[in-house]
Ligand binder design. Structure first.
Ligand code: BTN
Length: 338
């Protein structure tokens, strides 16, 4: 695929706001005059003033004002593309990063990019999603700038039937990225739920455009609850955040950098060595891999059984309680059974 210029998408964050953030974040404690900022990023001083106000409403602690100059109190936790590109050098994800303060769904946007010929490795990020999507038609709730909403576009040359492995690859990456400081280790409930202390703090939605024998592109969408101090009442018995579980505020920027670096590593491992090392790692870290009592709900039925490992394509095997043998679960809901 020829390298195309990054696309201009409606609603993406103006790259000059990105430049403003990078300028301020790169010079914390130094006061920079409005005139100098205006000159460096190529806008008027009034525009700088307006954008500083925008950044303040987003929780970036910018001190000072137009006459005295501005400085930032501490590095802002906005997922600014310029900062990310720099820190992701050497990975597939450093070149095309699309950032939105508000988007409907990063997965939807990334699927459109895939359709329009965007190359492998594009990343779509949103500080907030208005129509975040989860598996099985469920919605994914977010709160502005406290979680991570990230979708990556990949173009692996694998059979479409092996796409479930991409979800496992992303789950392993998210687990490695988020593990520090948690009271309980992270478990992965096949195929896509990230759990700690028995509650879910993250999920993965992999979507693809494929023909029966050819995968054109896939989008791996990762949603993580990071700095929520409490979860909405309707889900707080099953959902949690890293902050609730660790007692600490997390840098979303650092977490996202770790996530994408681990994703790059696991993805390359999968392409180079196939499913085996991914399944091996999944077996090490997921209590759902083998011997777990589960209730499975597919579009056809609900039954109970015991997990019996994964197939090379990433599909889950479950031995049924009703004596009807071992089933391969392609997609469905998995819950722990009593
Ligand atoms: C699930 O657990 O059901 C999957 C949740 C996936 C949510 C993420 S947030 C980023 C990306 N954009 C979406 O609309 N969904 C995924």
């Amino acid at each position: 695929m020829p390298a195309k210029q990054p696309q201009t998408l409606p609603g993406t964050t103006d790259r000059r706001i990105d430049a403003l953030l990078t300028l301020l974040a790169g010079n914390p404690t130094i006061v920079i005059s409005g005139a100098k900022i205006a000159k460096e990023i190529g806008v008027s001083r009034q525009q700088v003033f307006r954008w500083i106000e925008t950044l303040r409403t987003l929780g970036v602690r910018v001190k000072g004002h137009a006459r005295t100059g501005y400085h930032i109190e501490r590095a802002p936790d906005i997922l600014a593309p310029q900062l990310l590109k720099h820190r992701l050098r050497g990975t597939a994800f450093s070149k095309r990063i699309y950032h939105f303060f508000k988007a409907d769904s990063t997965n939807t946007i990334a699927m459109h990019l895939g359709e329009a010929g965007e190359p492998h490795g594009a990343v779509v990020l949103a500080e907030d999603q208005t129509a975040g999507r989860g598996r099985a038609g469920r919605s994914w709730l977010t709160e502005k700038s406290v979680g991570i909403c990230c979708s990556v576009l990949v173009r692996p040359q694998i059979p479409p039937a092996h796409a479930p492995l991409l979800t496992l690859v992303a789950g392993l990456a998210a687990r490695d990225a988020a593990s520090d400081g948690l009271k309980s280790p992270i478990d992965i409930r096949w195929p896509n739920d990230l759990l700690t202390g028995g509650r879910k703090f993250g999920g993965i939605l992999t979507e693809m455009h494929a023909e029966p024998d050819r995968l054109h592109y896939a989008v791996i969408g990762i949603g993580l609850n990071v700095n929520q101090q409490k979860m909405p009442a309707q889900i707080d018995d099953i959902a949690t955040s890293l902050r609730i579980e660790s007692g600490n505020q997390h840098s979303r920027l650092e977490l996202l950098i770790r996530l994408l670096r681990h994703l790059d590593r696991y993805y390359n491992l999968y392409l180079a060595e196939g499913a085996a090392p991914i399944l091996h790692r999944f077996a090490e870290v997921s209590s759902y891999f083998r011997g777990k009592r589960v209730r499975i709900t597919t579009h056809r039925e609900t039954f109970t059984g015991t997990t019996a490992g994964l197939e090379a394509s990433g599909v889950l095997r479950v031995t049924r309680d009703d004596g009807r043998g071992t089933e391969s679960i392609l997609s469905g809901d998995v819950a722990e059974a009593d």
